[in-house]
Design a protein around this ligand. Sequence first.
Ligand code: FE
Ligand code: FE
Ligand code: ZN
Length: 278
Amino acid sequence: MLNIGCHLSSSLGYESMAKTAISIGANTFQYFTRNPRGGAAKAINDKDIESYLKLANENNFAKVIAHAPYTMNLCSATEKIRKFSKNMLKDDILRTELISESYYNFHPGSHTGQGTDVGISLICEALNETLQKNQKTIVLLETMAGKGSEIGGKFEEIAKIRECVELKEKVGVCLDTCHIFDGGYDIVGNLDVVLEEFDKVIGIENLKAVHINDSKNSIGSHKDRHEKIGKGHIGIDAIENIINNRYLKNLPFILETPHDSIEGYAQEIKMLRNLYDE
Ligand code: FE
Ligand code: FE
Ligand code: ZN
């Protein structure tokens, strides 16, 4: 079965997200742990989590993905921001521990002028201080479009971060199709070559989830503007290939496409389920 869902608002809690996911034919979802522009996380409600776990279990949910807020930057040049980000990472992981089988996805960060190597070592430092041997949550480094001083636009950068993390088994990768396409990886013309490269550089077994998005811009644009499935430069044929690829087909796929209402996601989920070879 295709494991697919979309990004949902977390404002009404976990049970509500599960119900919304079920109503649109999804069996996974992604949510922000707190306001994407920063701020405090909501209080934890044990009953809400209990109801959620029951629903997820009854409906064969794949792993769900918590997404860090955009304000998190573990490799900022500003110490205050790094500290704030590290505290957020610690607190968010404690929260995701309450949801069994959870991923915690984050953008590696922007080095804000310090250079890629310094940025990578700051990210490693933060992960080594935060990750715990007994945690169940796997954190995911998201592949980026390489906009500005963003780290993670090249597979090599992601690999370097993993290399210096001690608890490597707690660090996986989430592949964002819009981002890597914008980053110059030709998933339209040659998906196999891109995945072979991923395997050679990072190791395909470390790929844990996919953000399935089309792109408003052409390959190598470094823009990071998501488009609806089939309406962008990636196109429906390439997306069909991606969801059916033998390395990818059993991973959770999360839509982060631009829609005004949940109905748009329901339609995309239906379309992708129809294109999926069981
Ligand atoms: Fe993201
Ligand atoms: Fe993404
Ligand atoms: Zn994006």
